[in-house]
Ligand binder design. Structure first.
Ligand code: ADP
Ligand code: MG
Length: 238
C-alpha cells in the first residue's frame, strides 16, 4: 500500500474515534472517505434525514443497528454509506471477493438500491452487482465470484448458496437486511435464517424496516450481535 493511502486511513480512523455524533446534520461533517463524499456531493445529497443522522454515526463506529423509519425517510443511504466505508476502511480490492451483501424483498427495490449504490459509489473502485433471478444460474454465479458488493433478493441468493460449493462468503464484512418487515411479510423468514447460516459470524449487520413489529424484533435477535446492537427509531418532525 502506498504511504499516502495508509496516512489517509489512519487519519480517518482517528476522526471516527474522536467523532461526537450529536450535532451532525450535514454529510460533509461525517468522518467518511473522500470517495463517498464525492459520490454524495455529485448526487446532490447535502443534509441528512432523521434516520441518517441517528444511525450513520453509530454504524460508522462498527455497531450493528436495527433502524426503523417510515417509507421515504432515507433508509437506503443510511446503510449504503457505512457499507462503502467498511469496505474502504478494510482496503478492499477486486481480489478480496464478496465483502457486503444487501438483501431486499423484491426485485424492484433491489434495482432501486443498486441505482443509489452506483451513484454514491461512483468514485470508489469496488465491483457491485444485482442478483435477482431472471438470468441463467451459471452465468450469474460466474459474475458473483468477481463481485465485492451484492444486492439481491432472498430466494435467489439462497439458491446460489445451496448449489455452489465454491460460493465464497467467508470474507463477508457486512450484511444488510432492507425492508425487514416486508421480507417477513413475504414469507422469507426461513430463507433468511438459512442465508445467515452461510455467513461468517464476525460481521456487521444492519437491519432496516419501515415498522417495528414483533417478528422484526425476532429477526433482529437472530441476526444482530447481542451485545453490540443499537435499536434506533426515527420519526421526522413534520
Ligand atoms: P426509504 O428506504 O426509507 O423508503 P429512500 O432511501 O428510498 O427511503 O429515500 C427516499 C427518497 O428520499 C429518495 O428519493 C432519496 O433520493 C431521497 N433522500 C434520501 N436521503 C436524502 C437526503 N439526505 N437528502 C435529500 N434527499 C434524500
Ligand atoms: Mg427503502
Amino acid at each position: 500500500k502506498r504511504e499516502r493511502d495508509v496516512k489517509e486511513l489512519q487519519e480517518l480512523e482517528r476522526r471516527i474515534s474522536d467523532f461526537d455524533p450529536k450535532e451532525v446534520t450535514a454529510f460533509s461533517e461525517l468522518p467518511i472517505s473522500k470517495f463517498t463524499s464525492i459520490g454524495l456531493k455529485q448526487s446532490h445529497f447535502t443534509t441528512m434525514t432523521e434516520i441518517q443522522k441517528a444511525s450513520i454515526p453509530v454504524t460508522l463506529k462498527g455497531k450493528d443497528v436495527l433502524g426503523a423509519a417510515k417509507t421515504g425517510s432515507g433508509k437506503t443511504l443510511a446503510f449504503l454509506i457505512p457499507l462503502l466505508e467498511t469496505l474502504y476502511r478494510n482496503q478492499w480490492t477486486q481480489h478480496d471477493g464478496l465483502g457486503a451483501l444487501v438483501i431486499s424483498p423484491t426485485r424492484e427495490l433491489a434495482i432501486q438500491i443498486f441505482d443509489v449504490l452506483r451513484k454514491i459509489g461512483r468514485a470508489h473502485s469496488f465491483s457491485a452487482g444485482l442478483v435477482i433471478g431472471g438470468k441463467d444460474v451459471q452465468v450469474e454465479r460466474d459474475r458473483i465470484s468477481r463481485l465485492n458488493i451484492l444486492v439481491c433478493t432472498p430466494g435467489r441468493i439462497l439458491q446460489h448458496m445451496d448449489q455452489a460449493a465454491g460460493f465464497e462468503m467467508g470474507n463477508l464484512k457486512m450484511l444488510v437486511l432492507d425492508e425487514a418487515d416486508r421480507i417477513l411479510d413475504m414469507g422469507f423468514r426461513k430463507t433468511i435464517d438459512a442465508i445467515i447460516q452461510h455467513l461468517p459470524k464476525h460481521r456487521q449487520t444492519l437491519l432496516f424496516s419501515a415498522t417495528q413489529t414483533r417478528s422484526v424484533g425476532d429477526l433482529a435477535r437472530l441476526s444482530l450481535s447481542p451485545n453490540a446492537a443499537e435499536y434506533i427509531s426515527a420519526h421526522e418532525n413534520a
